[in-house]
Ligand binder design. Structure first.
Ligand code: FRU
Length: 479
């Protein structure tokens, strides 16, 4: 480790020592979501199951609540409920990553953990350079940088980043999010036999493939894996126009299901489907654990989407991760369910039966800033709504076949909404943290993720129905 690297780490830890207690005093500080100790957190990186632990690294800016030269922070857990903060994994200290150790992934080989990440560099004139870099570890906790392993090929701008690596039939592959010289988004592939020397194979989809001539000006954070016999590409495209209920956020995150022909190489796939119907979801990344489960973590925010208006900035922190979700394929649709391990957070179970007719009632929630609500056996004439702490409303409109999530905007001045189509609603599974909501609809057919910032003391959760509705409700306090 160079002296400069040590100095950057020292300064980051000093910042944590100075400001973490302020961050922890924020009434909006999360109880059961991954947050940065101080500063800004964005993408999950290097998500990995290794030797009995789940590793989640994250893009971290320790010195401010805006973006900048990112570090890789690091959490581990054995049970997906109790997370341990580990030492900084990577600091932006070298010529090839001096303006940020940007997003990337992890694989294991011969008992070592390999991190691949993008070295973000600005030259003297502020022009961007990009390098795909490697760092290696024997214990999964401290990493030795090995430097640049792949460079920018011809035909692409330096918006070329976020390597995700996997093995297929004895060869390593790396998918990267790219922008062509014509300013269009693509996913490109590299291959390697030894993880250190990589050859460029070319684009596998994006502009010019699968009928996607105009599908965003940049694709970030690709993740390619096989699931139940299909290949799934998750990606975060930038530059899609809003279209009816779709693409309402500033940038999108979604997936294509198809088949990767490794010989060509080319991914043949169907349409793009957004992963989340809510306000705050971006740059998801998946791992496969020892039980063969495909598990997804995402950043619960969207870049450039009201980031400056988060009230947590006053407490020196911003953003969090989503809860981990297990992915399964049903036809060509990804189903997302909260990991069953999360049930270990449940305390003080209450079960009630509700039946309403043109009325509303308070749910008996002990701690609305850390609660789980599972609504099942729903029977409703025309729909119903759940209002959460005066700041968000989840509602089902049966006649229109629409589900809606509304929230008060971060500046408190507007109500904003996200929708999806849903003809029949049979379960609603809601995780409410101090400043986030995740609502799993119909056992993971759709998910709405959102930050929300209620005023302290605004604690009521109410269910209302204009016509007749009946449902059974389980309620827990979490952790
Ligand atoms: C996505 C992203 C990545 C990049 C990282 C930088 O949110 O822009 O493309 O690697 O964040 O923090």
């Amino acid at each position: 480790m160079t002296a400069h690297d040590q100095e950057l780490r020292r300064r980051a830890y000093e910042e944590v020592a100075k400001k973490e207690s302020i961050a922890n005093s924020d009434p909006h500080r999360q109880h059961f979501h991954i947050v940065p100790p101080v500063g800004l957190l964005n993408d999950p990186n290097g998500v990995m199951y290794w030797k009995g632990s789940y590793h989640v690294f994250f893009q971290w800016q320790p010195f401010q609540t805006g973006h900048g030269a990112k570090f890789w922070g690091h959490y581990t857990t054995q049970d997906v409920v109790n997370w341990k903060r580990e030492d900084i994994a990577l600091a932006p200290s070298d010529w090839f990553d001096k303006n940020g150790c940007y997003s990337g992934s992890a694989v294991t080989k011969d008992d070592r953990l390999y991190l691949f990440y993008t070295g973000n560099v600005r030259d003297q004139d502020g022009n961007r350079e990009t390098y795909q870099c490697l760092a290696v570890s024997d214990d999964g906790l401290s990493f030795e940088k090995k430097g640049v392993v792949a460079r920018l090929p011809e035909g692409y701008t330096p918006h070329f980043r976020d390597p995700k690596v996997w093995e297929h039939e004895g060869t390593w592959y790396m998918v990267i999010g790219a922008q062509t010289e014509n300013l269009k988004g693509q996913a490109v592939l590299f291959a390697s036999d030894n993880l250190t020397e990589w050859r460029f194979l070319g684009p596998i989809t994006g502009a010019g493939f699968n009928g996607l001539d105009d599908f965003g000006y940049m694709w970030e954070c690709p993740d390619l894996f096989s699931l139940q016999g299909s290949d799934v590409l998750i990606v975060s495209p930038q530059g899609l126009e809003a279209d009816d209920f779709r693409y309402q956020n500033v940038y999108q995150s979604g997936y294509f299901v198809g088949r990767l022909d490794y010989n060509k190489p080319e991914l043949k796939h169907g349409d793009f489907t957004e992963l989340d119907q809510g306000f705050d979801f971006y740059a998801p990344q998946t791992l496969e654990d020892d039980k063969g489960r495909r598990i997804l973590f995402a950043w619960m925010a969207v870049p450039d989407q009201d980031e400056g208006a988060h009230p947590t900035i006053d407490y020196h922190w911003i953003h969090c991760m989503t809860l981990p979700r297990q992915l399964t394929l049903s036809g060509r649709k990804l189903i997302q369910q909260p990991l069953p391990e999360l049930k270990a957070m449940r305390r003080n179970e209450k079960n009630i039966q509700i039946s309403m007719h043109g009325s509303s009632g308070l749910l008996p929630i002990e701690k609305p800033e850390r609660a789980e609500i599972l609504i099942e056996d729903i029977q409703t004439e025309s729909g119903f709504s759940i209002s959460i702490r005066g700041t968000a409303v989840f509602s089902f409109h049966k006649d229109e076949g629409i589900i809606k999530l509304e929230r008060t905007s971060f500046d408190g001045k507007r109500t904003e909404a996200r929708h999806c189509r849903m003809n029949d609603l049979h379960t609603v599974h809601m995780f409410i943290d101090a400043s986030s909501l995740e609502v799993f609809v119909n056992n993971g057919e759709e998910v709405f993720s959102a930050r929300y910032f209620p005023f302290p003391g605004n604690d009521e959760v109410t269910v209302s129905s204009t016509g007749k509705s009946a449902m059974s409700v389980g309620i827990w306090t979490l952790m």
